[in-house]
Design a protein around this ligand. Structure first.
Ligand code: AMP
Length: 586
């Protein structure tokens, strides 16, 4: 049985881990780093780049580089490149395929199973999209687990004593706060809250706007109109932010940023930590409400918290740490690595799902993971009201049934709109799908009895079923949302992914073959020049003709259009030249 890997599929960076000898270890990426940038790019010659390689060329290839795709999960965002439409799931799948490959190289065996983490605040569609991305990448996703829960899981292993902890997770694009009870072998999420659109990217944006403002005041030029300049500004803004986590001021220097009327303009500014804190004050304050709401839902005071764990790169910002201190009255734990603990927790869960016991200080235990649903589930009823069926923070898995009837006489079918969110009116919540109950027996209004059941599995994914209590007939209901991929689309994407992997392999082989052939060709041509006089005329003619053949093929060769047949032709032409040029003793 192969190993189950744990994947933290992050907005900015992703991380993969596996349990070896009872301990979760981080699998390094191609470049040797512990995390892989969540960036995908398509180079001009059609080559697909993932991670560090994609990040490095981002500045010069902005239109064909995709970053922060996690922010688009579960939306109908898409990007068209070279005539192919890519959805967030397919782009995420490319990142997952890279992580899978890294894991396979690390372990020396195929990897087909994974646990993937998502922000606790991800709704049903976003979770399903993440699961679909896993399938497209050729992974059987054993479990979708909330990032804070996963962090607590990796933390809980090292610190056995039972306690309630707060996980404050501020990443690149999302904020999650969870109150979790860690017992012996039991991790129970008591409450979770957060903001799906708050994170370090917003801090960057504030610095970027500040740079634009200062630049405009100095040079009377609107930088935001210059895409190339803005790409550099964006990178510099993030870098300045990171610098300010350890230094009191950051020097932002971008020479030759753009051409002005009187020649090149260099950007040279200093941002102090105090100024930066002023720029992000309201953003940091926005984490306050979810913290209070999570504590409230868990029914505990901040003073009852054993520990506060910081997760996510943005918790390195001193103002964020100060906010956590002020809100909880506790010094946050620093002894966990915010970049790695989420993936490690997922690897631990993956390992226990295979039936392996939890290794805690030598004791063997089963793991019981009790997570919660982050947002309430409702359905739309008369007057556009959201009627609550499952309360947020209900422990998973959960089932809820309710009997419905018809509103009009002899009504044969009814449409049900399933909503996720806390607002009283349907229109203010997120519609995660609609379904139509058909074939209801003709009867006066209010007579048919239809039992609708919502089941939410351990991944937080919802399925809905309905039963006609009159006839006992069950109806199978498929939740459909515009931004969810159909089964057919997923299959197509899986096929494309396999095809793509094949193409990547073919391109790599083609690059190797053609550069090898090119090298040999140059060698032969040089040897002909120096030692050609000693050859017979016919021999020389043959070599020249074989050189010309190969040269012609190589000049026609385009890596993005290569086929197996073309490679075979090049291989044969090279072999012919090797035979005729053997007399040159290269
Ligand atoms: P994550 O999604 O957890 O990988 O967090 C990524 C976010 O953390 C990005 O917005 C990064 O810019 C931010 N980040 C990473 N390192 C630091 C740092 N040293 N100081 C401030 N923010 C950071």
């Amino acid at each position: 049985m192969g190993k189950v890997i744990g994947i933290d599929l992050g907005t900015t960076n992703s991380c993969v881990s596996v349990v070896e000898n009872g301990e979760p270890v981080i699998i390094p990426g191609k470049s040797g780093a512990q995390t892989t940038p969540s960036i995908v790019a398509f180079s001009k010659n059609g080559e697909r780049l993932v991670g560090e390689a994609a990040r490095r060329q981002a500045v010069t290839n902005t239109e064909r580089t995709i970053s922060s795709v996690k922010r688009q999960m579960g939306t109908n965002w898409s990007i068209r490149i070279d005539g192919t439409e890519y959805k967030p799931q397919t782009i995420s799948a490319m990142i997952l395929m890279q992580l899978k490959k890294d894991a396979e190289e690390f372990l020396g065996e195929p990897v087909t199973e994974a646990v993937i983490t998502v922000p606790a605040y991800f709704n049903d569609i976003q979770r399903q999209a993440t699961k679909d991305a896993g399938r497209i990448a050729g992974l059987d996703v054993k479990r979708i687990i909330n990032e804070p829960t996963s962090a607590a899981l990796s933390y809980g292993l090292d610190h056995g004593e039972p306690q309630k902890v707060m996980v404050y997770d501020l990443g690149g694009g999302t904020f999650d706060v969870s109150i979790i009870e860690i017992g012996e072998g039991v991790i129970e999420v008591l409450a979770t809250a957060g903001d799906n659109h708050l994170g370090g990217d917003d801090f960057d944006e504030r610095i970027r706007s500040w740079i634009i403002r200062v630049f405009k005041a100095e040079h009377h030029i609107d930088l935001s109109r210059d895409i190339a300049a803005m790409t550099r500004v964006t990178e510099a803004a993030e870098q300045a932010k990171k610098t300010l986590s350890s230094a009191e001021s950051a020097h932002i220097e971008l020479p030759y940023l753009m051409m002005g009327k009187d020649g090149p303009i260099h950007l040279d500014m200093v941002l102090t930590r105090g100024q930066f804190e002023g720029l992000i004050k309201d953003l940091v304050e926005r984490t306050e409400e979810p913290v209070r709401s999570a504590l409230n839902d868990a029914g505990i005071a901040a003073s009852e918290l054993g520990r506060v764990l910081l997760v996510g790169g943005s918790t390195r910002v001193p103002a964020v740490q100060a906010k956590v201190r002020a809100l909880t009255g506790k010094e946050p734990s620093r002894n966990i690595n915010p970049d790695e603990c989420v993936a490690k927790g997922a690897a631990i869960l993956g390992n226990t799902l295979q039936g392996n016991p939890l290794a805690v200080a030598g004791a063997s235990q089963e793991l019981l993971l009790l997570d919660v649903i982050p947002l309430s589930l409702s359905i739309e009823t008369v007057g556009g009201v959201a009627t609550r069926l499952v309360e947020r923070n209900s422990t998973l898995p959960t089932r809820y049934s309710r009997v419905f009837s018809t509103a009009a006489p002899y009504q044969r079918d009814v449409e049900i709109n399933v909503l996720q969110g806390e607002r009283p009116m349907a229109r203010d919540n997120k519609s995660i799908g609609k379904f139509r109950l058909k074939g209801i027996r003709r009867a006066p209004a209010g007579v048919p009895q239809i039992e609708v059941t919502f089941s939410i599995d351990t991944n937080g994914i919802l399925t809905v079923s309905a039963k006609d209590l009159d006839t006992g007939k069950e109806q199978s209901i498929v939740i459909t949302a515009d931004d969810r991929m159909s089964e057919e689309e997923i299959r197509q994407a899986m096929w494309d992914a396999g095809e793509y992997a094949g193409q990547d392999q073919l391109r790599r082989e083609a690059m190797e073959l053609t550069s090898e052939a090119q090298r040999f060709l140059v060698q032969v041509q040089q040897a002909l020049k120096t030692g050609g006089n000693q050859l017979e005329k016919a021999q020389k003619k043959q070599i020249k003709s074989d050189c010309a053949d190969l040269q012609k093929m190589l000049s026609r060769f385009r890596v993005d259009k290569v086929s197996q047949t073309e490679m075979e032709d090049i291989r044969r032409a090279k072999e012919r030249l090797e035979q005729s040029a053997a007399v040159l003793h290269i």
